[in-house]
Design a protein around this ligand. Structure first.
Ligand SMILES: Cc1ncc(COP(=O)(O)O)c(C=O)c1O
Length: 367
């Protein structure tokens, strides 16, 4: 595609020397797992999020599952989440042996809100996973208040939203636990798989550290049930440390790109992200909505413009979950999202003329 959805080569080219030095440092040290790079990254990432602890794990899905395990979620428990988020939370919930229960999403926000959460809470709810979709903070204060009234813990899925902030607080710092993916295309991406869980609760952090390594509290002494191997290795930690100081600048650039789109498309009739330059949005994905989504997508692709759909199938409609007893028939707003959303190219290095070209094409298609 002439205009890609993401361009990791453009993203990493200016960092090749620094990343190579970081990787060499690890090779020269000869310490590859749970070493000084991870320890430093965990401290730096916790400081970035405004939490006391960060625990590096193998990927974002493990982060969610380990967070559920750390909270003591057990088979038969219900965990509330949304179904328009790519099966990540669902995979983690099923992995923890619990049952996913889906809250519908708000018409404009496309995310869980206090009303949709309240309507599905039950005496069996053990936790809520709140996804800050596309890089926008949910109404997390309100969601935490509703969950607290029911005595239920909140896990924030911050995979799309590292650094999104409101009132001086950042994603991951409201819930009992905040989960991050550092998949390469994320706003903060590793050169492979990686993830982290942040928390300010020392006991939860200690459980997570045990759970990510066979339930060990100390070497060869497994005390915490449900442990596995899910560690963030030293190479990835070293590479993430090069990039973390650049994340705020990249988030600003993403917002700028989103702002250009919104200005160019404001008369298009498309549903656009509101307030694209606000600090509670880090423009991980720039998503528009239209009932003509499939036609628009087809015509953009023939013009050499890459697009994607995040996400085309609600989790409860996925083949792999058929037979799970807690599934709803259909959630109207979730269904509408699956039918209408379209992701346009958006990355920090995107040039103004590229955004203009995508916007002009779109306006021509819609004329
Ligand atoms: C919202 C969300 N949550 C969780 C994940 C899972 O992360 P990972 O791919 O690192 O397992 C992703 C990954 O794309 C994601 O987009």
């Amino acid at each position: 595609m002439r205009i890609p959805l993401n361009d990791l080569k453009r993203h990493h080219d200016p960092l090749v020397t620094e990343i190579s030095h970081a990787v060499s440092r690890v090779l020269e040290r000869g310490w590859y797992v749970l070493g000084p790079e991870l320890e430093s990254f965990e401290a730096e990432f916790a400081a970035f999020c405004g939490t006391r602890h960060a625990v590096g794990v193998a990927n974002g899905t493990d982060a969610l599952e380990l967070a559920l395990d750390a909270l003591g979620v057990k088979p038969g428990d219900e965990v509330v989440t949304v179904a328009n988020a790519g099966m990540y939370a669902t995979t983690a919930i099923l992995g923890a042996g619990a049952m996913p229960v889906y809250a519908d999403v708000g018409r404009d926000s496309m995310m869980m809100d206090a009303g949709t959460l309240r309507s599905v809470l039950s005496s069996r709810t053990a936790a809520v996973i709140v996804t800050h979709l596309y890089g926008r903070l949910t109404d997390i204060e309100e969601l935490c208040a509703v969950a607290a009234q029911h005595g239920v813990a909140v896990i924030e899925d911050c995979a799309h939203a590292p650094g999104a902030e409101r009132g001086g607080r950042r994603s991951g710092s409201w819930g009992a636990l905040g989960c991050f993916s550092f998949y390469p295309t994320k706003n903060l991406g590793a050169a492979g798989d990686a993830g982290a869980v942040v928390t300010s609760d020392a006991a939860l952090a200690a459980r997570l550290r045990a759970l990510r390594q066979y339930g060990w509290r100390t070497k060869y002494r497994s005390e915490v049930p449900g442990g596995r191997n899910s560690r963030l290795d030293e190479m990835q930690a070293a590479i993430l440390r090069v990039q973390l100081p650049l994340l705020e600048g990249w988030n600003r650039r993403r917002r700028e790109v989103a702002g250009w789109y919104c200005r160019a498309l404001k008369t298009s009739g498309l549903l656009l992200p509101h307030d694209p330059t606000a600090a509670d949005y880090v423009a991980h994905l720039f998503v528009i909505r239209s009932p003509r989504r499939d036609e628009i997508r087809c015509r953009l692709e023939s013009a050499g413009i890459a697009t994607d759909i995040h996400y085309p199938v609600p989790d409860y409609r996925q083949e792999s979950v058929r037979g799970v007893p807690s599934l709803p028939k259909a959630l109207p707003e979730t269904e509408r999202c699956a039918a209408e959303v379209l992701t346009l190219p958006c990355f920090p290095e995107m040039r103004r003329e590229e955004v203009d070209e995508v916007s002009d094409r779109l306006l021509a298609i819609l004329a």
